[in-house]
Design a protein around this ligand. Structure first.
Ligand code: ADP
Ligand code: MG
Length: 466
């Protein structure tokens, strides 16, 4: 067997390289999000390697410069995680004549053609829609159902309702804003193809605006945006602090609203919380319907995972899905990323997906997602659940209706925090570490034989890990 660690650069044949590139792409997608990835990183075509560098081709000078300034360092860093002998990334706009196995990859060739044709014609391009982001693949739950309903309503009504114009969707990263926007666009395109839908990220809007200024194409720029029946601008926070872009955006917004065209905007915070955004724009953005997407619940995360594996038609044990839904509460993008990583890894290594494999593959990710649950929090939740006072948790009362929940709280403190038995005992009214150990053992026994207690503990764990 070859020793990959010793001479990685030489070992980086087409296949190895391709694998690394696809893992790196995955990393970047997760770090920067689907939109940025699609707009910029997906335009890179990996054309081969030298001993210590990776070569890329991009179709235009602009993309090259942008990627160099914004993403090159990250690409290199991510690549070095897998092959430390790579010291340099080279990006060129002249396509090498002979392509290595990597450059034959289908998708990048396609995107290259699409962009270069557009650039040749000097047209402004709008972002393409992701075929997976539809209403029927969006799982609604308490945290997003208002935004979901609003999105559906906007996509279904033929006549623009002033009360829902603009529709402003906001929420943290990876919670489904872009998914909902694409779903609106798809729905309108399918049910009402005559309506002109323009979907664009605010970042790209800015870039096109600057480009139009530079190339004297402002008329054309205005025409594209002002002729839209539905204008959707994603991640509006990107133009915070960008004064001239804001100005242009504001005029576009006013013109369209005055002409009764639908506007849909997304942002990472509410209109009034956007910093470095002019007040009149903030106020205009908040005129219509403002819908926020909250953090997901455990049930929603599990539902999303179930629907994803169904769509991919892959068998993943239920306990693995439950584990992921427990552990990765930060955002849906990370959750999906974790699932994909597990599937890709087990696929490559030809292993079956088990809970143990999953924990192993996701070790680093899980560490960063560890919630810092405190003993006080455990005591509070357990007391609430059993209708007790928190002080009952540190008392020495021995009646069973108090002693049992207290033991459960000790068990949960041991399982969910990194405190020692002695530290836990102290927080439970100065009890001895052996008392805590006894409680932990007792509950472990009950988990095996007592269905009621094991259900209770499971539920409490859920409550605390969400
Ligand atoms: P945002 O734009 O808010 O940062 P995205 O719309 O890009 O987030 O969502 C990140 C990923 O999570 C996407 O792949 C999306 O399909 C998925 N996702 C988010 N919320 C849901 C949901 N409720 N149902 C199904 N998939 C979801
Ligand atoms: Mg988004």
């Amino acid at each position: 067997m070859k020793d990959r660690a010793v001479t990685p650069a030489v070992q980086a044949t087409g296949n190895d390289g391709q694998m690394i590139w696809s893992v790196v792409q995955d990393d970047l997608k997760h770090e920067f999000g689907e939109d940025t990835y699609k707009s910029w990183i997906s335009k890179l075509e990996c054309t081969g390697f030298n001993a210590n560098s990776v070569n890329f081709y991009v179709p235009t000078r602009f993309i090259r410069d942008w990627v160099r300034t914004h993403y090159e360092k990250k690409i290199l860093k991510s690549w070095q995680k897998h092959n430390s002998s790579i010291k340099k990334i080279s990006i060129v706009i002249n396509k090498p004549k002979k392509s290595s196995p990597i450059s034959a990859a289908e998708p990048s060739n396609k995107s290259y053609q699409a962009v270069s044709v557009e650039e040749e014609r000097g047209e402004f391009f709008q972002a393409s829609l992701d075929g997976r982001y539809r209403f029927d693949t969006f799982i609604a739950g308490p945290s997003n159902e208002f935004a979901y309903a609003a999105a559906r309503a906007v996509s279904e009504t033929k006549k623009v309702q002033p009360g829902s114009n603009p529709l402003f969707l906001y929420g943290g990263v990876g919670l489904g804003k872009t998914h909902l926007m694409h779903a609106i666009a798809w729905h309108i395109k399918e049910t009402n193809p005559k309506r002109k839908v323009v979907y664009i990220s605010a970042e790209k809007f800015m870039y096109q605006f600057i480009k139009a200024l530079r190339t004297n194409e402002m008329m054309k720029f205005k025409e594209i945006y002002r002729s839209a029946d539905v204008l959707m601008v994603d991640d509006i926070q990107f133009i915070c602090g960008k004064n001239s872009t804001q100005e242009e955006f504001f005029h576009t917004l006013n013109t369209l609203i005055d002409n009764n065209r639908q506007i849909v905007i997304s942002g990472d915070r509410s209109p009034s919380d956007l910093e470095n955004m002019e007040d009149r724009i903030k106020s205009r953005l908040g005129w219509g319907l403002v819908a926020d997407i909250h953090n997901t619940t455990y049930e929603l995360r599990l539902g999303i995972l179930q629907s994803k594996v169904e769509l991919m038609d892959i068998d993943v044990p239920k306990e693995v899905l439950e584990f992921l839904a427990y552990k990765i509460a930060s955002n849906v993008r990370e959750l999906e990323g974790a699932l994909n990583k597990v599937i890709a890894h087990t696929n490559l290594t030809k292993k079956v997906i088990t809970l143990a494999n999953t924990q192993d593959i996701l070790r680093d990710l899980l560490r960063s997602n560890e919630r810092n649950i405190t003993i006080e929090e455990v005591q509070k939740k357990v007391a609430e659940r059993y209708n007790l006072k928190v002080s009952d948790m540190y008392s020495s009362k021995r009646s069973r209706n108090i002693a049992r929940p207290r033991q459960i709280a000790m068990y949960l403190s041991k399982s969910l925090t990194s405190h020692s038995l002695a530290e836990i005992g102290k927080k439970f009214g100065g009890k001895d570490h052996t008392t805590v150990m006894h409680a932990v053992k007792k509950v472990e026994g009950l988990l095996k034989d007592n269905k009621e207690v094991s259900e209770e503990v499971r539920l409490l764990m859920k409550v605390m890990q969400c």
